[in-house]
Design a protein around this ligand. Structure first.
Ligand code: TXA
Ligand code: MG
Length: 333
């Protein structure tokens, strides 16, 4: 049974003893271990049932440490680091050999992030270790944004969950590949393509939101099915067959003997609020009594891209309601 704790020193001790620990970051909760300790990192993959081809992000306290692990530092990194770190952005760069292959899934690159959450930073500072940490969920499931959500996910898989309240961002970091001439966003996140372009004063590349072609997968985390609730999530492509009360986040209704729970994301004033609430709402909807969860996409710009990328990955397909029927179209993976 996982114990929710407040004591940072216990977390540091666990890390130094080669154990895994769930901890808060500003994006989502992570499951951390000493990145230089193969056996410790192995425990992360085991606990999450994560396939070994999916590399982990290495979290660092400050830029000075990075030179130990990264062999080439591109000029774009310095600009982006100054603008957005510590914070929700992850940089892919060429790695040095002291990062174990298990962390990077045998790639010659490493993902590096400088988290801003004060508790995580304190653990990095005290342990003096680079920490490998994926999101603290079972592989393919929604990332947790509270300690309680981690407990539901990993109760029998982890000894301690360090409580740092609800994550202020709510979705994972932006992953940007800096190993090519043109930087490329591999995973949309809180820091938007537009923000990165503004800092670099140039156009960059980014993955399309519909990454359903398996042949085109560059980053293993770009698998089209990810973040899934247990209940099928459907993207709404028509009007609902019932009226929405605009003050309610959830609308549960029956239509032709099928139960639906609609999540009214549009209720949130902006993308930041949507991102902050989205994963928790998907979890809550998953626990409600219905057959399907329905949601509408956000506008595909700015942070809306990150919201949509996650909704599409979590979804089973699309739904169209007619006067007397409905049609579900399975996502093309
Ligand atoms: O906000 C976050 O990034 C959270 C918190 C805990 O830091 N972490 C997180 O980790 O989302 P994870 O493991 O769930 O996602 C890491 C993503 C995956 O899509 C992985 O494939 C990609 O980063 N990645 C890691 N190393 C890579 C590399 N060398 N090249 C390309 N993609 C990489
Ligand atoms: Mg994850």
């Amino acid at each position: 049974m996982a114990k929710i704790i407040q004591d940072i020193n216990i977390a540091v001790k666990e890390i130094l003893n080669g154990n895994i620990i769930a901890l808060p970051t500003e994006t989502v909760y992570g499951l951390a271990a000493d990145a230089l300790n193969r056996d410790a990192v192995m425990k992360i993959f085991k606990a999450k049932k994560r396939p070994s081809f999916n590399p982990l992000i290495v979290h660092l306290y400050e830029i000075g440490e990075m030179k130990k692990y990264v062999s080439e530092i591109p000029p774009a990194f310095i600009k982006l680091y100054k603008a957005f770190s510590p914070g929700p952005i992850t940089f892919i760069m060429k790695k040095r050999n002291n990062i174990p292959d298990i962390v990077t899934a045998g790639l010659d690159t490493v993902a590096v992030r400088f988290p801003s959450h004060p508790i995580f930073r304190e653990i990095l500072r005290l342990s003096k270790r680079p920490l490998a940490a994926p999101s603290a969920n079972m592989f393919g499931r929604i990332s947790p944004t509270t300690a309680d959500e981690v407990k539901k996910e990993l109760n029998d898989k982890v000894k301690f969950i360090l409580d740092g309240g609800k994550c202020s961002v709510g979705i994972e970091s932006t992953v940007v590949d800096l190993t090519k001439n043109t930087p490329k966003v591999l995973r949309h996140g809180f820091i938007t393509v537009e923000q990165i372009e503004k800092i670099l004063k140039r156009k960059i590349e980014s993955v399309g939101i519909k990454t359903s072609d398996k042949n085109k997968i560059i980053s293993p985390g770009m698998l089209a099915s990810h973040y899934s609730p247990v209940k099928p999530l459907l993207i709404l492509r028509s009007k609902l067959p019932v009226n929405i009360n605009n003050n309610d986040i959830f609308l549960s209704f029956k239509f032709h003997d099928t139960g639906f729970t609609f999540i009214n994301l549009k209720l949130f004033a902006g993308f930041k609020e949507m991102a902050f609430n989205m994963f928790s709402l998907l979890r809550k909807a998953d626990e409600m009594r219905s057959d399907f969860i329905i949601i509408q996409k956000a506008f595909n710009r700015g942070l809306g891209c990150a919201v949509n990328e996650r909704l599409l990955k979590a979804s089973y397909g699309e739904i169209y309601f007619g006067e007397n029927n409905y049609k579900i179209i399975k996502k093309n993976i």
